[in-house]
Each structure stands twice: as structure tokens, then as C-alpha cells.
Design a protein around this ligand. Structure first.
Ligand code: GLY
Length: 365
């Protein structure tokens, strides 16, 4: 079994374990760090049918009285209304501050369970059991939690590190193709931002990752989690200019998702488009080598993260970028790659962004 310890200054260290089949040991693992008898599994309607009962059983076998709450599948569950229903359910079964919250699902479930768990009674211990490639390689680690408001995505949330992350590779076996490719987008982002070594490894294994070769999948997950752990240990609350690197490709991605309608394109596909965009912006502003752009394009193509053929008014995309919560003092900030493993965060004028958005739109046949 591979274990990565996330040891953030001022926080309780926690393990991320990566292996096939380890969810069957979840009860024993939780028992090793808690004496509580109460657990709540928060999942969604799609994951409930696949893994809900089996995870409940492994907890009950270790003496946890376990209640399972399934929220609707999809982004709409990250609402104040659904959060309120979860808090009511927590109160109704008298969870106390020792009770464990198990987030069983993808990024939406992880964010929602993390948010409700970290706020109920000022914070219950949270265990993340990611069931998508995206949540396994990124969102289950690092403690970001959130719900959405009408005014924007992830506008209300907390930083609350989980007590344990159980990354069971077998849970990915049921993942649909589109979700697989979505996760590959975040893996590509991590590789490009982390180092030339990670990029070269991924480049050499892109086909096997796309085909879900078990060894390659595990290694990709381990590499991404190790990278993310290093980043959040340095900058847990995104205040030191380090954690921002995880937003590579995300400025355009969020604008495409909002303009096209959430769910039209997967998040990872939009991130890949954002990476192509940011690299071209980088060539103009920080001297990103053309060879880097070509190599990154080739990697994204190999992972089936094709160019998004989405026609949109560049002014509208710019407006959406400006309304992102990361915008400070009306300046757009982009993570720009200088090379593999080298990047900086730059303030870019709206005029230059608009020029590049126009160039992207003009390039669509
Ligand atoms: N997913 C980006 C972060 O955790 O900061």
C-alpha cells in the first residue's frame, strides 16, 4: 500500500492511502483513530447504488452506527438548501463532535460533505473516499470545501483538512469515459505544473492512462497526490502565492463552464482548454517556449482532451472571468507556464486577454 502523509504546519497530519481494494478496510482504519460509534456517509444518488451499502457495511462491522444520506447527483447539490437538509439530518440523529463524516463520491460530494461537516457543531472529523479520478487526484486532498450561490460557484466554504483520504483505485472501475477524461485533465495540469520529470512520465504513459492500465493509474494518482500534498503543506490557505499554481488553466475553464452551462463540457476538458490558452498567453507575456506549447498540446491530444469547439462572444467570456472570485482589484490573474515545473502568477490586462480570446475563437474552423 502507498501512503502519503499530509503534514501541514498547525494541522493534524493525515494519511492518504492509495491502493486497490482498501475501502474494505475503511472500518478498521477509522477505528484506529476514533472511539466514536457514530458515522454519517454523505454520497449522491449515482454513487449510492454502486458503493453506498458496501461502505455502510464495512463501517457497521466495526461497530459504527451508520446513517447514509444521498443527495441528488450533480452540481445542483452544492446548494444552501441541500446543505440545510444535511445539517437537519445531522441534528436529527444527534451527531456529536466525535462523529465521523464520510464523503463518498466525486468533487461535488467531497465539497458538500466537507462544508456541512466542517460547520456542524463547528466541525466534525471528515474522511474523504473519492470515487472519481478528478476527486482522487485533486479535490479530496487539501481541505477546500464549498457550496455555490446564485452569484457564483464555490462562494461559501471553509478550509478544513480531512482526517483521512481513502483512495481506492478499484472505485474508479465504474467511472464513465467522460469522467475519466475529465480526471486526465487535472492529472495533465498537475504534471505540467509540477516538473519536467512528471510531464515526461505522463507523456510516456498517456495512452496507458487513457486505457486505464492499473499500474499507470495508481502511479498517476500517487504522483498527483504527492504533488498536491507538497503544495498545500507550503500554502494551505492559498495566501502565499504557491497554491495558486493549482489554478493553472482554471480561469478560462470557469468562464467556459459558466458560458456553455455547467455540465455541457466536463471540468477537466475545460481545464485542458484553459491550459492551451494560458500557454499561448505565456508565450506573449513571459516567453513560454513554442516547444512547450507543442508538447503540452500533444499530451492533451493523447489524453483525448481535444480542443473545445465552443463558440462564444469573447467579451462575454471576459466578463465571466472578471466575475470569478479570484479576481482582485479588477485585475485578471493567470498562472502562466515558463516551462515544465516553472510558472508565475501574472496580472494581465483585460485588453490582452480579449485579444487572445478572439484569437482562440478565430482558430475554430
Ligand atoms: N483544487 C485546487 C485547490 O485545491 O487549491
Amino acid at each position: 500500500m502507498t501512503k502519503i502523509i499530509v503534514d501541514i504546519p498547525g494541522e493534524k497530519p493525515y494519511d492518504v492511502r492509495v491502493e486497490s481494494g482498501i475501502v474494505s478496510q475503511l472500518g478498521e482504519t477509522l477505528r484506529s483513530f476514533t472511539a466514536t460509534n457514530h458515522a454519517m456517509i454523505i454520497t449522491d444518488s449515482a454513487v449510492e447504488g454502486l458503493y453506498g451499502q458496501s461502505v455502510k457495511k464495512v463501517l457497521e462491522e466495526q461497530g459504527f452506527e451508520t446513517v447514509l444520506v444521498a443527495v441528488p447527483h450533480g452540481e445542483s447539490a452544492k446548494s444552501l438548501e441541500v446543505a440545510g437538509e444535511i445539517w437537519d439530518a445531522m441534528a436529527a440523529i444527534r451527531l456529536n463532535r466525535d462523529s465521523i463524516i464520510v464523503a463518498l463520491g466525486g468533487g461535488v460530494v467531497g465539497d458538500l460533505a466537507g462544508f456541512t461537516g466542517s460547520t456542524f457543531m463547528r466541525g466534525l472529523p471528515i474522511v474523504q473516499v473519492p470515487t472519481t479520478l478528478l476527486s482522487m487526484v485533486d479535490s479530496s486532498v487539501g481541505g477546500k470545501t464549498a457550496i455555490n450561490l446564485d452569484a457564483g460557484k464555490n462562494l461559501v466554504g471553509t478550509f478544513c483538512q480531512p482526517r483521512y483520504v481513502c483512495a481506492d483505485i478499484d472505485l474508479l472501475n465504474t467511472l464513465p469515459e467522460r469522467e475519466w477524461i475529465c480526471g486526465c485533465g487535472e492529472i495533465a495540469k498537475s504534471a505540467v505544473i509540477d516538473s519536467r520529470e512528471f510531464f515526461e512520465w505522463l507523456n510516456g504513459n498517456a495512452k496507458l492512462l487513457y486505457e486505464r492500465n492499473a499500474h499507470v493509474v495508481k502511479e498517476a494518482v500517487v504522483k498527483c497526490i504527492a504533488f498536491k500534498a507538497r503544495v498545500v503543506v507550503e500554502d494551505k490557505a492559498e495566501t502565499k502565492g504557491v497554491r495558486e499554481c493549482l489554478n493553472y488553466g482554471h480561469t478560462l475553464a470557469h468562464a467556459i463552464e459558466a458560458a456553455a452551462g455547467y455540465g455541457v463540457y466536463s471540468h477537466g476538458a475545460c481545464v485542458a482548454q484553459g491550459m492551451r490558452f494560458a500557454a499561448r498567453l505565456g508565450a506573449n507575456l513571459v516567453g513560454t517556449p513554442l516547444a512547450f506549447i507543442a508538447a503540452q498540446d500533444e499530451l492533451l491530444d493523447a489524453l483525448a482532451l481535444d480542443n473545445i469547439e465552443f463558440r462564444a462572444d469573447p467579451e462575454e467570456l471576459l466578463r465571466l472571468m472578471m466575475s470569478d472570485k479570484k479576481v482582485r482589484s479588477d485585475s485578471l490573474r493567470f498562472v502562466l507556464p515558463h516551462d515544465f515545473g516553472e510558472w508565475s502568477v501574472e496580472t494581465v490586462s483585460p485588453e490582452i486577454v480579449l485579444e487572445h480570446l478572439q484569437a482562440w475563437q478565430d482558430s475554430l474552423a
